[in-house]
Design a protein around this ligand. Sequence first.
Ligand code: ADP
Ligand code: MG
Length: 410
Amino acid sequence: MAKALLSDVDPALLAGRRVVVRCDLNVPLADGVVTDDTRIRASLATLRYLQEHGARTVVLSHLGRPKGSVDPSASLAPVARHLGELLGSEVAFCPDLAGCQAAEAVDALKPGQVLVLENTRFDPGETANDPELATRLADNAELFVNDAFGTAHRAHASTEGIARVVRERGGLAVAGFLLERELAYLQGMLEAPSRPFVAVIGGSKISGKIDVIEALLPRVDRLLIGGAMANTFFVALGLEVGDSLVEPDRVDLAGDLLERAGAKLLLPIDVRVAEQIDVAAEPRVAARTEVKARERVADVGPDTERLFADELQGAATVLWNGPMGVFEMAPFAKGTLAIANSAAEAADQGSTVVVGGGDSVAAVEQAGVASRLTHISTGGGASLDLLAGKTLPGVQILSERGSLPQERAP
Ligand code: ADP
Ligand code: MG
């Protein structure tokens, strides 16, 4: 059933209310400075909206992996400062998460103000989804907004636990604008894609993405496979792959997928190979049937780039997850950059083009085409789980859309 959204809540009900928002502000820091603020920017729409409607906004987030104890290098203080700069207004920060100090800071909030509490993962109850921590967090919430798509696949106290308590108390737990957008694109793609629907899957391993491939297979019109995972399919076809990265225990699975998928599944027809995968390598282009014993397949070849580009050109919906080669090294980045450009061209022509996966998103940025694509997912594991048709605990627990009039917000 559809989940309740922040945009469903009557904005008049937000004024003066304490609204707790779970964001994903897990950004990279160097010497206390935010080095990539993509995730903070992705949270701005929801926070600005709450600010404009006079809510007293309390922001929760994790940062890094502090393992349940205080680690000053993972404090959210610099993130709060950066958020203030982006919002163009002062953002308060409290070095406490769920104790008296946090409660006092929340009480002191005036309508339209934003407060960031300390890293949720400084408390061991966070990842354990401790009901006591969830209850203390919920004490600050007249309304709970989950906007942390990147952690929606984890049942933690600040994602699932707090929503459960808020709802048990008769309150509302809704999806923020970012989460709404992620669900609309990723679920929409699985449920009712415009056709033809073409998926491009790459990356290092079949094993990490088998659930996604299985879920996509009956839904897509074409499945294009590249990256190291194509090597395991090559082995299943009986081809020589030299010293390439292969998952020997997935060869049977790859053979089975090839059989079931038939003409739907396209593998690379040529590849770029080298004996050593390093930045100084000068790769050789080879047909996939001509890889030599000591070579490694590290990228797709130019004929494959054209073949995949043609497929993307004819698609109405494109999903891309996983690079076509070792794109971190310039000699093996060509195939991935070619796909990025083909995807952008498809989007320019009106196709819905969605990219997910940490490395794929990095590749899209590297290619300079990010702004041309329809949607770039901010979640790695969460987008894979969603595309595999799994329910995300942080979404599952939210109020149902139909329940809004009864459950009166907040
Ligand atoms: P994403 O983060 O987009 O989901 P993955 O994490 O699944 O992507 O895969 C990305 C990794 O796969 C990259 O580090 C890349 O170097 C590696 N990779 C892609 N093709 C190959 C290949 N042919 N051989 C070795 N590694 C590869
Ligand atoms: Mg990755």
